[in-house]
Design a protein around this ligand. Structure first.
Ligand SMILES: [Zn+2]
Length: 304
C-alpha cells in the first residue's frame, strides 16, 4: 500500500513523500528516517520508499509504507480507507517560490492559504478524520510525476493545478514542443516538454537542447537551456539535480525527456534567430530518463 502523507515525529511536521524526498537530498533527513501514519488514532511506523533513488518514473517514486498492515489502528482511514477523503478532489498547488527558510533544520509550517489550515500537530487523540487537503508542490518534478500518473490514468483534462491563484488542468499546463509558431508563444508560460539531449559543460554546469523544434518563418529552432554551475551551487536540492543529470549522461548518453516551466525567449534582432528557456529557479526544471516515454506508451495500450 502506498501512502502519500505522514508525520515526521522528530520535527512534529506533516509532509508528503515528495517533501521527504527533497529533505533527504538536501541532507536534512537520514536514509532510514522513520515516519508515522496520519490516520485517526493511528501512529503506525512508516518508512519512505525510494528515498535515495535519484531517478523517478512511474515505477520508481517516493512513497510511504508501513511494515505490516496490522501496525495501523482499527480507526485508521489511511489503511482501511473509507474513501470519502479521496473522492473530494482539490487542485494541486504549485508554488512558484519557496517560503524563506524552507530548508532550515527546524520545520517550517506549510504554506496554507486561508481556509486550508490543517493541524500541524497531529496526535492520536486530536485527529478527527482527515480533512481533504491540497498538496503544495515547489519542485516542478513533483508536478511532472503527477502529470505522468494522470496521463497513465487518462484524466489529464480533469486533474487541476493551481498556480498563482489560477486554476488550470494538467492537460493545458503541459505543452509538447512541436513545430508550433514560436512568435505566437513568447508570452506563454507553460510546462514545455519534449525529448532532449543533455551534456555537462566544462564550467561544471549543463546544457540541454530539445530534439523537436519550434517554427520561425522558414526555420526550425530547437530551444536550449543552460544550467550554470553557480545556479546549481545556490540550489538547496543540488545533490539530487546533479545525481539525476549525471546518471542520464552516464546511462543514456544524455538522451532524456526535459520539462521546464518558462516562456520561450527569442532575441529581438539577432542575425540568426534562436530560442531559449531561461530558468532562474532550478525548482522549475525537471529531467527524466527516456524510459518514461516507453512507460507511457505501454500504459496507454492497456485499456485501449
Ligand atoms: Zn494508519
Amino acid at each position: 500500500m502506498s501512502i502519500e502523507e505522514a508525520t515526521l515525529p522528530d520535527r512534529d511536521e506533516r509532509l508528503t513523500a515528495e517533501r521527504a524526498y527533497e529533505l533527504y537530498w538536501a541532507d536534512l533527513l537520514p536514509r532510514d528516517a522513520r515516519f508515522a501514519c496520519v490516520g485517526t488514532g493511528c501512529s503506525a511506523p512508516l518508512i519512505c520508499a525510494c528515498l535515495d533513488k535519484p531517478e523517478q518514473n512511474l515505477r520508481i517514486r517516493p512513497y510511504f509504507r508501513s511494515y505490516r498492515l496490522e501496525d495501523h489502528a482499527a480507526t485508521c482511514e489511511v489503511a482501511h480507507g473509507r474513501g470519502e477523503t479521496r473522492t473530494e478532489k482539490r487542485p494541486d498547488v504549485f508554488e512558484a517560490e519557496r517560503p524563506a527558510g524552507h530548508f532550515r533544520r527546524e520545520p517550517t509550517p506549510p504554506a496554507s492559504p486561508a481556509g486550508d489550515r490543517s493541524p500541524r500537530r497531529v496526535s492520536a487523540s486530536q485527529t478527527a478524520g482527515l480533512p481533504p487537503r491540497a498538496s503544495h508542490y515547489y519542485r516542478l518534478s513533483s508536478l511532472v510525476q503527477k502529470f505522468l500518473e494522470h496521463r497513465r490514468d487518462r484524466d489529464l483534462a480533469e486533474a487541476t493545478v493551481d498556480i498563482g491563484g489560477e486554476t488550470t488542468t494538467y492537460e493545458a499546463l503541459f505543452r509538447n514542443i512541436y513545430r508550433q509558431k514560436v512568435v505566437d508563444l513568447l508570452g506563454t508560460r507553460a510546462v514545455w516538454w519534449g525529448t532532449a539531449s543533455l551534456r555537462a559543460t566544462r564550467e561544471g554546469g549543463y546544457y540541454l537542447r530539445f530534439s523537436r523544434p519550434f517554427r520561425h518563418e522558414d526555420a526550425e529552432l530547437r530551444p536550449t537551456i543552460t544550467i550554470t554551475a553557480r545556479d546549481i551551487e545556490a540550489y538547496p536540492v543540488r545533490k539530487l539535480l546533479r545525481a539525476r543529470l549525471d546518471k542520464l549522461i552516464a546511462e543514456s548518453g544524455g538522451y532524456c525527456v526535459a520539462f521546464v516551466w518558462a516562456k520561450p525567449w527569442m532575441p529581438k534582432d539577432a542575425e540568426k534567430p534562436f530560442v531559449r528557456f531561461y530558468v532562474n529557479n532550478l525548482d522549475h526544471i525537471d529531467v527524466r530518463g527516456p524510459e518514461i516515454l516507453e512507460e507511457l506508451k505501454n500504459t496507454s495500450r492497456v485499456g485501449a
